[in-house]
Design a protein around this ligand. Structure first.
Ligand SMILES: [Zn+2]
Length: 413
């Protein structure tokens, strides 16, 4: 088992150790792993993600350092430091480990912030945390509760930040299972180890945890709660702490400012302006629909007036290079409603080409079958009923020729 130096000191960013073993890559995808007798590198566990950094032979300059890109822990407590290649490192050699300090600090801020936040939900509302997730952008806790109001979220955030401002000491303590039971921990892990590691935020929270934490709550900086959502086991609360909170707030502001710029408004008026824009859009869509109806109605009357009957029917064909499916469908409906003996074969070639075939009720043809014949020549898909069919031909070339041919056949039958 590797000696876990971070158990005692989260601020140990540099250490010396001996190489116990080098595990060769297990396949072409994987990397070699270095096992040391002691390490300050934190492996992924308990919701906190691993540290990264470098390993280099003791006494050598930093040009020979190897990047530690991932750290994992085996069930027996052995910690694996994954490196791109093990270089000249050998079993028994002395090495120096260097942590990526920025990353470790960020993790300490997020993880300690989580303790404070989880304790705040318990203190204020007796809502326990069931799980913790640390992501690259934000962290989240899942709360065991059926309801969570915005007021509760705000109150928990306020209390958590109060505790940050009070700069309470955060101490590491080791106790036995029995001692732990008497202390009344917020969370008691399943009894498997005889010694438990406790994180004690003075007079505020006491919980068992193996992660890395700040030395006093002020180092968390601040705690910012963001999205909340209902999940299967309760409520998920997203949050960010410390420098991440600043970066996230900055990004939120930039996004909001961009939206405000587009609306020519103040950022606080964005929702109101968006609502106004949506209403305007709905109104203009409605008026456009009315106009289209009117145009189609007039167009239909004009087409019918200009088409002579042959064999008691009016067979109408039309190709519209600047219209879409919606319009030719509307036009076909108007024509077949205004006349009791019309058959219309229409095409629109603006954007995606479209076909609409329709006949007045009672006419003897089958528009669905006719559409299939047209598409057999043009490619594409479509179909419909006896009186109305629509299709999307694969190409607009040749549409007019096909329509002319079909119309000639209809006129002769
Ligand atoms: Zn912790």
């Amino acid at each position: 088992m590797t000696e876990h130096l971070y158990y005692h000191d989260s601020f140990l960013y540099e250490f010396e150790a001996e190489v116990i073993d080098i595990v060769p890559p297990q396949n072409t995808e994987s990397r070699p792993a270095v096992i040391l007798d002691r390490t300050a590198f934190y492996p992924t566990s308990g919701g906190q993600v691993f540290d990264t950094g470098w390993i280099l032979p003791a006494g050598s300059d930093e040009s020979s350092k190897l990047r530690v890109s991932e750290v994992a822990e085996n069930d027996d407590g052995t910690i694996l430091h994954y490196v791109e290649s093990s270089g000249q490192m050998q079993k028994g050699s002395r090495v120096r480990g260097l942590l990526d300090v920025e990353r470790r600090r960020d993790h300490m801020q997020q993880h300690s912030g989580q303790h404070v936040l989880s304790a705040a939900f318990v203190r204020l509302f007796q809502i326990p945390t069931v799980s913790f997730h640390m992501g690259a952008d934000y962290c989240s806790i899942d709360l065991d509760t059926r309801t969570l109001t915005p007021q509760q979220v705000e109150a928990a955030e306020n209390l958590a930040n109060e505790v940050v401002l009070e700069n309470r000491p955060v101490e590491i303590r080791f106790v036995t299972q029995e001692e732990a039971r008497e202390l009344g921990l917020r969370k008691l892990p399943p009894a498997e180890r005889d010694k438990l590691r406790l994180i004690d935020i003075r007079d505020f929270d006491l919980t068992a945890c193996g992660g890395t934490h700040v030395a006093s709550t002020g180092q968390i900086g601040c705690i910012l709660l963001r999205k909340t959502e209902k999940v299967r086991q309760g409520w998920r609360v997203e949050f960010v702490c410390g420098k991440r909170a600043g970066a996230t707030a900055r990004r939120d502001y930039a996004t909001l400012a961009e939206a405000a710029g587009l609306l020519s408004s103040h950022i606080w008026d964005v929702p109101q302006q968006m609502q106004k824009a949506q209403e305007e859009l709905r109104a203009s869509r409605k008026s456009r629909e009315h106009l289209l109806e009117d145009i189609a109605e007039l167009h239909a009357a004009r087409i019918l007036a200009g088409t002579p009957e042959s064999g008691g029917r009016k067979v109408i064909i039309g190709a519209f290079p600047d219209r879409d499916l919606t319009f030719i469908k509307l036009l076909a409906q108007k024509i077949t409603r205004q006349s009791a003996n019309a058959i219309v074969l229409l095409a629109a070639t603006e954007g995606q080409p479209a076909l609409v075939f329709a006949q007045s009720p009672g006419q003897p043809f089958d528009m669905g079958a006719l559409m299939k014949q047209a598409l057999a020549q043009l490619g594409g898909r479509g179909g419909g009923s006896k009186d109305m069919a629509q299709g999307g031909p694969a190409q607009s070339d040749g549409i007019e020729a096909v329509l002319t041919e079909l119309a000639t056949r209809l006129r002769q039958s």
